[in-house]
Every structure is written in structure tokens, then in C-alpha cells.
Design a protein around this ligand. Structure first.
Ligand code: SMO
Length: 717
């Protein structure tokens, strides 16, 4: 039986209002409107022909027979798209090298699933029939696999290294570390409920492009379409209608989107492409994909004095916009919530003949947190200190936050020791430790694990336009977007609190570049702290100007630049049992106390926590994208790729909120969207080690499948 209890602090000081989610009536009753629900007169359908090889020379692409098929409007190859570039990438790191490439493979394919040709037809069935008539010949080549041996070369350009970043402050110790650990974060598929989708329509008379995209970032997608297709920005409109989940997987425009827009202009007909689940598993962006190792030093008094980390990321064969964000985040977040005299961290990223890797819920934060939390537990075990106690000794004291860190980051206000204490009390830490000892004496494998984390929530700006349309009626247009988080509920509550009205009087517009001001988008847990602050500032100014006698309708537009990055934090503690005979891990209890700063709506926070937890559990116990030694994808459907289901959730979940207002924005809010993917895997990995006796040096890696746990149990018997 699933038991979820929650103790959110209900006082008005911590919760602006408590409406139910205004989005749900439509979304839960099948009345949402996704890209796939939108049809335009004369609309054509696109299908991509994709490489069956991880790496091959393309010898021939013959399209005549396919082009002659019934209903086929065009079969496009690289020659047709010559001169249309890939979208630009975020030049996050100095000295990075982006691989060159085209939208469609020209002479070589470099991943399973890479598009080689595009068929556009009047129906999907006609496009499918034509796909079979395209004649393509390949000569298979050896692929560069993820985490290939040193000395591997990438095409003619040497080492597949794309970027490298390192930081050191203070000194590490000369003596051997107290503990070392290595952590693998397997590649996973963001797998939103709605796969990728794009519908593009070109108005040849006006010279304008309208694209409906399932995206987190309509403003950037608009600039990408304009830039790549050579259309003035003002002539491109991007609309993100209802978007069925994204998790970073829809953060950056895809080559397919650009090709659909290109085809719509070429054929002067609307063209729609709806990715299938298999296409998404194969060639949508993946997340994670890192190996890391670290070392930790305690002094003789049993306090952490230094820690060191090295992260290796394996990317795919092309770089989407945010491909380097995870390595940058992992490197800059380590060592997370702990204060110490010496720290070192470095990260590298290399290409491989696979699908692209991009941000995915957490984007480098889980990598930093899991490695550090394993180091703390391994050090506690080596030094004979209770892991909770070592954390309490080592976290930044609340009175020293916010603090500027040596690496240039500013750790926001939070009460890390308070989170640890509140979580351990709610969990009944001491009581459960006693229960664990009893059950272990009786032969059971029971473990307790802690995951303490910090979650930086984005920099930069977002905008808001707030209009008083008629007395007592308001519209908020935001540059950030929604993929199911409940943005309309949150932003109407923020505006209503500032305007002194009921949230039902506030209409929220998002996702349409024609009716909304520009924005960075829904990323990095930034929408409420930064986008919500823009709404607060604009609504407050509107109220003042109305009171000063402004005539209706009256519009106020604000761009809010975050003074600094806000950092959320939290503590997860879980108890697991591992079946000695089968290796099956059961999460018996999970307690989680999160600090998301000023809570706008506890219902939304709870939804983010439960959803993030489910994805964190998926990563930790089940999910893994697997390529074989030829670069063939072995996890191409949900038959092979294990998504978390209801019965993988913990037997009992207890959620609490311990908000400390952020010092980084006027709303005082922090993010919460990614927290479950950060703290939950860390706690689960520590609990699994604890259940199996905390054997020093034991290699236990995600996903913690029954087979892996069973083998670890056998190895120690
Ligand atoms: S992984 Mo998020 O969409 O920054």
C-alpha cells in the first residue's frame, strides 16, 4: 500500500495561496491540445529515414522510386538541405570544440538513428510506403563508443575531447585519502509522456513562418529557426501549445524541427512530424552518461578537510544547445553543501557515435551530489563516525549563508543542519537504526541512506507583461513556459497576491512568441524564482500605476535579472530492504525535507517532489540506455528500457518543507523541479551500500538492479 504523508507549513508567510491546479481539468480529461492535435488545411506529414549503423560511410541515397510513390510531396536528402546549418550551441566553456555537422548526413552517418532522408507525404501511411522505396547503401565503419580507450580518434580531428574544465582551491592533503569512491551515472532517456513534435506552416505571401513545437524554449527556437533558415526574426512565430513533459529533453531545438520548417517553406504547405517512442529512445537527447571518481580526507578530529572529484562525460555525435551544462554544473557544484579547506574538481566531455546527450532533470547536479554523498558515507564508515553526525559537523552553518565560494559561486541562504535534523526526526532516524540492527541480526539486509543536496536554480533573466484589461481583470504573459508544472496556477497566484485580487481574475499566457515577451524558458528549476519574480515585479508596478490613475487597458512589462543564482537544498533519508535470494530492493520508507524557499503553492511543490522522486528512483534502480559493442541500441523500446511504475515507488513517503527565503530574488523563491533526481538517487545508493554491509571499495553502480545486488551479495558470501 502506498502511503504519502506531508507536512507542508501552511502559514500564509510560507504559502502565498492554495488554489487547486487550474490546468488539471483540461489535462486530466483529455482536453489538452498538443502539437499532434493540431491539423491545418493541406497539411503534409514528415517521416525521417534513419541510419541503422552507429558509424558508416554513405555510398548511395537513391530517392526516385520513393518520390514517385502515391501522395509523396518530396523526398529530401542532404543535397536539398545544403547550406542550412545546425543551430548554434551555448558556448558555456572556454576552449570548447563543437563538431561540424549537417542536418542530414552527407558522406557519413555517426549514430544509430541519425536522419539520412526526409519523406513528406499527404498521409503518414503514404510516407511509410515511400520510406521503403528509398535505396541507401552504407559501408559500415568502427564506431567510437562511450568511454572509449585513450588514444581513440574522432574522424580526422584527433581526440574526441570537446571540453575540459577544472578548479582547485586550498590544498588537498599529502596523506592517503580517508576514502575513495567511483560512481557511474548511466545514460537515461528523459522519456516525456509526449514524444517530440513539430508542425510548421509557411505563409509565402507574407514570408512568415509559424511553428508549433513541443518545447521548453520557444524564444530560442524562434531565433534558431530564423537564423538557420535565413528568415527575419520578426517573421517567425513559435507556439508551444500543451507540452506533455520535457525534463530537459525539449530544451534545445532538434535537427528534425529545422528540417520540418525547411520542408514547409520549400513545399509551401504545412508539415507535421510526430516522433514515435522508438525514435525518441533512439535519437532524442539522452541524459547523464558520466563516470566519476573522488577522494575525501578527514582530519584526526573527524571533520572533512578536503575533497576531490573527477567527472568524465560521454556525449553523442552532435551537441544540442545545452550539451555542456551537465559537465559545468557537476564541476561547479562539487562539493555541494559541505565546508572544507581544500577542494579540487575537474570535468571532461568527449564525443561518441551515439545519440546526443543534453540536460535532463538535474543536469550535472545529481552527478555532483551522488559522488559527494557517497564520499561522505564512505569516509564516515572508514572513520567509524555515524553518517548523519559527519554531515552535521561538515555542512555550512546557516549563519554563514549566503556565502561566496572560492570558485565564484554564491551558496544561497539555507539551513542545512536544520534540514538534516528535521529529516532525521521525521524519519525517526535513531529508532530506525535500532530496527535495522535487530533485523540484520535476524539475517535481513536492511539499509539506511542519506542524500543531502544543494540545487542551483539558474542565472540570467525572465520577462513578464501584466495587463489590466478591464476593472479587476488581468492578464499575465510570461516568457517562460509550461510542460505540466502548473505554471498558470503559480503565476496567477503570484500576480493575484501582488494585485490584491483572486487568482481566478488573472489569465496566464505562455508559450507563444506572438503574445508573450521573450524568455529563456523553463529550465534549471528557474521558472518560479526568476520568471515568477518578473511577474511579481511587473504586477506590483501595475498596481501602483493603477492606483496613481492609469487609464485602462494598462500594460506593464518588466525584465527581471536575477541578482545572483538561487540555490535550493534538501535532505532525503530512506530505508531499503534487499532480498537475499533475489537481490530485489524495496524502498520501505522515504522521508524528504526540501527547502524551496518561498512556496507559492504547496500542491505544486508536492507534485514536483513526487514526480522528481519517481524519476530519481528510475535512474537509481531501473533505467539505462544500452549500446552494444557495435554501437547498436539495445534499449529501443519500453520492453527493454525500464521506466519506473507505480509499484516501484516507496511503500511509504513522507514529505516536508522547511523553507528559507532566497536572498537572490524579490519573491524569495527557490526551485524544486530537479531536486528528486538529485537527492533520491544519492540516498538510495548509500542505503544499498548500507544494506550490504558498507564493504570498503565495493563497486555498486546504478541502476541497482536485482541482478547486480544479487551478485554483490554472492560475492561476499
Ligand atoms: S534538465 Mo532542465 O530542463 O534544465
Amino acid at each position: 500500500m502506498l502511503l504519502v504523508t506531508a507536512a507542508f507549513i501552511p502559514s500564509p508567510e510560507h504559502a502565498i495561496s492554495r488554489p487547486s491546479r487550474r490546468e488539471d481539468a483540461a489535462l486530466l480529461r483529455g482536453a489538452g491540445r498538443y502539437v499532434g492535435d493540431i491539423s491545418l488545411p493541406g497539411m503534409l506529414h514528415a517521416l525521417f529515414i534513419r541510419s541503422p549503423y552507429a558509424h558508416a560511410r554513405v555510398l548511395k541515397v537513391a530517392t526516385h522510386a520513393a518520390a514517385a510513390c502515391d501522395g509523396v510531396a518530396a523526398v529530401l536528402t542532404a543535397a536539398d538541405l545544403a547550406g542550412v546549418p545546425r543551430a548554434e550551441i551555448n558556448a558555456l566553456l572556454p576552449g570548447m570544440r563543437a563538431p561540424e555537422g549537417d542536418l542530414l548526413a552527407v558522406t557519413h552517418v555517426r549514430s544509430i538513428g541519425e536522419p539520412v532522408a526526409l519523406v513528406v507525404a499527404q498521409s503518414i501511411a503514404q510516407a511509410e510506403a515511400a520510406v521503403g522505396m528509398v535505396d541507401i547503401e552504407y559501408e559500415e565503419l568502427a564506431p567510437v563508443l562511450p568511454f572509449a580507450e585513450p588514444g581513440t580518434t574522432w574522424g580526422g580531428s584527433g581526440d574526441p575531447l570537446v571540453a575540459e574544465i577544472a578548479f582547485a582551491s586550498g590544498a588537498l592533503r599529502d596523506e592517503a585519502p580517508t576514502a575513495t569512491v567511483s560512481v557511474e551515472m548511466p545514460r537515461v532517456s528523459p522519456a516525456p509522456l509526449e514524444p517530440r513534435a513539430c508542425l510548421a506552416a509557411w505563409d509565402a505571401t507574407a514570408g512568415t513562418m509559424t511553428a508549433w513545437l513541443s518545447t521548453q524554449t520557444p524564444s530560442r527556437a524562434r531565433a534558431d529557426i530564423a537564423g538557420c533558415l535565413g528568415i527575419p526574426l520578426a517573421s517567425v512565430r513559435v507556439i508551444a501549445p500543451d507540452v506533455g513533459g520535457a525534463f530537459g529533453g525539449k530544451a534545445s531545438i532538434f535537427p528534425e524541427d529545422l528540417m520540418v520548417a525547411f520542408a514547409a517553406r520549400l513545399l509551401a504547405c504545412p508539415v507535421r512530424w510526430q516522433s514515435t517512442r522508438s525514435e525518441d529512445l533512439q535519437y532524442a537527447t539522452h541524459g547523464r552518461g558520466s563516470h566519476s571518481c573522488g577522494a575525501i580526507w578527514l582530519d584526526t578530529a573527524g571533520s572533512i578537510v578536503a575533497a576531490q572529484a573527477s567527472f568524465e562525460f560521454s556525449l553523442g555525435h552532435w551537441l544540442p544547445y545545452s550539451a555542456l551544462a551537465p559537465m559545468r554544473n557537476a564541476q561547479r557544484i562539487f562539493p555541494g553543501p559541505y565546508r572544507m579547506a581544500g577542494q579540487q574538481s575537474r570535468a571532461t566531455a568527449r564525443l561518441s557515435n551515439t545519440a546526443a546527450v543534453n540536460i535532463y532533470r538535474g543536469a550535472g547536479r545529481p552527478e555532483a551530489a551522488v559522488l559527494m554523498e557517497r564520499l561522505v558515507d564512505a569516509a564516515a564508515c572508514a572513520a567509524g563516525i555515524e553518517p548523519l553526525e559527519l554531515r552535521l559537523r561538515s555542512v555550512w552553518p546557516a549563519e554563514e549563508l549566503p556565502v561566496s565560494l572560492p570558485n565564484g559561486e554564491t551558496l544561497d541562504k539555507s539551513d542545512l543542519a536544520g534540514l538534516l535534523r528535521q529529516a532525521s526526526e521525521a524519519f525517526d532516524y535513531n529508532g530506525r537504526r535500532q530496527e535495522q540492527a535487530q533485523r540484520q541480526r535476524a539475517g535481513e539486509l536492511v539499509g539506511i541512506g542519506i542524500g543531502l543536496y544543494v540545487e542551483p536554480c539558474g542565472q540570467g533573466w525572465e520577462s513578464a507583461r501584466v495587463t489590466c484589461t478591464a476593472p479587476g481583470h488581468y492578464t499575465v504573459a510570461t516568457g517562460t513556459t509550461a510542460q505540466g508544472q502548473g505554471r498558470e496556477t503559480a503565476f496567477s497566484a503570484i500576480a493575484a497576491a501582488a494585485l490584491g485580487c483572486d487568482p481566478s481574475k488573472v489569465t496566464v499566457l505562455h508559450g507563444d512568441t506572438a503574445s508573450c515577451p521573450p524568455g529563456i524558458g523553463a529550465l534549471a528549476s528557474r521558472s518560479t524564482p526568476i520568471g515568477g519574480s518578473a511577474v511579481l515585479v511587473a504586477a506590483t508596478r501595475l498596481k501602483n500605476e493603477l492606483e496613481a490613475g492609469a487609464a485602462l487597458p494598462h500594460v506593464v512589462e518588466e525584465v527581471h535579472h536575477a541578482a545572483s543564482e538561487t540555490w535550493a537544498s534538501g535532505c532525503v533519508i530512506c530505508q531499503v530492504a534487499v532480498d537475499r535470494d533475489t537481490g530485489t530492493l524495496t524502498i520501505e520508507h522515504l522521508t524528504w525535507v526540501d527547502d524551496a524557499g518561498q512556496v507559492i503553492d504547496p500542491v505544486l511543490v508536492r507534485g514536483q517532489m513526487l514526480g522528481g522522486m519517481a524519476q530519481g528512483i528510475g535512474q537509481a534502480l531501473l533505467e539505462r540506455v544500452v549500446y552494444d559493442e557495435n554501437g547498436q541500441l539495445l534499449t529501443g523500446s519500453f520492453m527493454d528500457y525500464a521506466m519506473p511504475r507505480a509499484d516501484d515507488m516507496p511503500r511509504a513517503i513522507h514529505l516536508e518543507s522547511r523553507p528559507t527565503r532566497s536572498s537572490a530574488n524579490p519573491l524569495g523563491a527557490k526551485g524544486v523541479g530537479e531536486a528528486g533526481c538529485i537527492g533520491v538517487p544519492a540516498a538510495l545508493l548509500n542505503a544499498a551500500h548500507d544494506a550490504l554491509g558498507n564493504v570498503p571499495g565495493r563497486d555498486l553502480q546504478f541502476p541497482l538492479t536485482p541482478e547486480r545486488l544479487w551478485r554483490a551479495i554472492q560475492a561476499q558470501n
